[in-house]
Design a protein around this ligand. Structure first.
Ligand SMILES: [Zn+2]
Length: 468
């Protein structure tokens, strides 16, 4: 789960189109709600941070719950991967269905939490002041509990989908993603038509709990970090030589600063900028809409280039983030290094970006090394049936809220599945005020009403996609 970009937070304040919730009475006592809450409480109270072994505990607990609800033994698999585990649960559809399966993604691990820094114990589900507090209450045990509770409730109600529905939960999304890589290589999962991720997307609320927009994560930029290094024989600083590691590196960094990657777009990014422009209005809104209508409009592209909240949706970006060099105040530097972090637009390759940097720097003394183990993934353009299913789920709760696919900077399980050829959309059931976004942070929380209000989300999506 990633943090809401500033552009969306601004939308909350600028939106001309604000929709108040349908607020159907929340049924907190339904079997679906109590089952989901039971799962939520149990898994939040299992510390599944890195190296804790807790994600395996979560997988085993969930597997037992699925078995108890009537899922056959052979359809519930806990698979040990590296220091953690993955969980696969198959909800069998009608026999001989011509339709390929649908995957539902989530991750059972959480980011570490230092109890002494928290106001309440991080690994206890505490209900207080209208919130559920605890590590993972949002990221991603919220999604895990909601989709698991829905699978179990549908099974108990005797629902038979018109195709197989498959849960694929990873156990180390927040660290090495070894279990994600395993899942994204499983031949039975690769038969899926597409995947729906509980760990991204979601609705945006204002301070008076009205909804502005519902966002669907449809793409992730490739995250890659390079190290630029210059080596030099050095020498005594009283006898400066013409070549100098620090000067060479400084020139290289200035070249990176001046570099503008070409404008890029997909139907999804243009639609996002168009809709955002309409909601935003003013000069910024005009630039967004002009770009959306004609990405070659240089003035509009230049305006967006200068705006941190939009530049990333219009092109690949690379920026210097760390710097070091030299070893003594009276010695010529023998080496100088800088870290450059890039977010690569889908459709561009990391190797191309590296070559572009090398060309811009135009100095053979500067070596560029790729530091990250990157994953490239294409845009998942939204299918009509999936768009319709999401819209139905959103309308039940917040009528007339626009549903808007967007591109994220990268970091969820989704990119591994997109990389493996499975279109993937992040479709969390949460509607959240950006002020309540504490994923990875202290005192992570979810509004209690948002928890119960989510109860129709997955049922609506599943029945829309896999039959009533
Ligand atoms: Zn997450």
């Amino acid at each position: 789960m990633t943090i809401l970009p500033r552009s969306v937070i601004q939308l909350v304040y600028l939106a001309a189109l604000i929709v108040t919730p349908a607020m159907a009475a929340l049924d907190k006592n339904s079997e679906h709600a109590t089952t989901t809450l039971g799962i939520y409480k149990t898994i939040v109270e299992m510390d599944s941070s890195k190296n804790s072994g807790g994600a395996t505990e979560v997988a085993n607990y969930l597997a037992a719950e699925f078995s108890r609800a009537g899922f056959p033994e052979q359809d519930v698999e806990v698979i040990p991967v590296a220091q953690t585990s993955a969980l696969i649960v198959k909800y069998r559809g009608k026999a001989n269905s011509p339709h390929p399966p649908i995957l539902f993604l989530g991750h059972m691990d959480v980011v570490e939490a230092l109890a002494k820094d928290w106001e309440r114990p991080p690994f206890t589900l505490t209900q207080d002041k209208g919130y559920f507090f605890g590590r993972g209450t949002l990221d991603n045990k919220f999604g895990i509990a909601q989709i698991s509770g829905t699978f179990i409730s549908l099974k108990k109600a005797g629902y038979v989908p018109d195709r197989d529905l498959i849960i694929a939960f990873s156990g180390d999304e927040e660290s090495g993603m070894q279990s994600t890589r395993y899942l994204a290589r499983r031949p039975d999962l690769l038969k899926a038509a597409y995947a729906i991720n509980t760990d991204a997307g979601g609705g945006v609320l204002t301070d008076d709990a009205s909804a502005v927009v519902y966002r669907v994560q449809a793409a992730e930029k490739t995250y890659v970090t390079f190290e630029m290094e210059v080596k030099n024989p050095g020498g005594h600083s009283s006898r400066p030589r013409l070549d100098n590691a620090i000067y060479d590196l400084a020139d290289a960094l200035k070249a990176v600063q001046a570099l503008r990657f070409p404008v890029m777009h997909t139907p999804m990014t243009l639609n996002y900028l168009q809709q955002t422009g309409q909601l935003t209005g003013g000069k910024t809104g005009k630039a967004l809409m002009t770009f959306a209508n004609n990405p070659q409009d240089k003035a509009a592209a230049d305006t967006l280039f200068s705006m941190p909240e939009y530049v990333g949706t219009t092109r690949t970006t690379c920026v210097a983030t760390m710097l070091g060099g030299g070893h003594a105040e009276n010695a010529l530097p023998q080496s100088a290094k800088a870290t450059v972090n890039c977010r690569v637009f889908p459709g561009s390759e990391v190797q191309e970006v590296k070559a572009t940097l090398q060309k811009a720097i135009a100095n053979d003394n500067v070596s560029i090394t790729t530091l990250t183990d990157y994953i490239e993934s294409p845009v998942s353009e939204l299918r009509d049936d999936v768009f319709k299913a999401i819209t139905q789920a959103v309308e039940k709760r917040y009528p007339n809220v626009p549903v808007m696919p967007y591109m994220e900077s990268g970091g969820t399980d989704g990119m591994h599945f997109r990389n493996a050829g499975i279109p993937t959309w992040g479709v969390s059931s949460i509607f959240l005020n950006p002020k309540d976004m504490y994923a990875h942070g202290l005192n992570e929380r979810v509004p209690v009403d948002g928890f119960y209000d989510s109860m129709t989300h997955w049922t609506t999506i599943i029945k829309s996609l896999a039959g009533q």
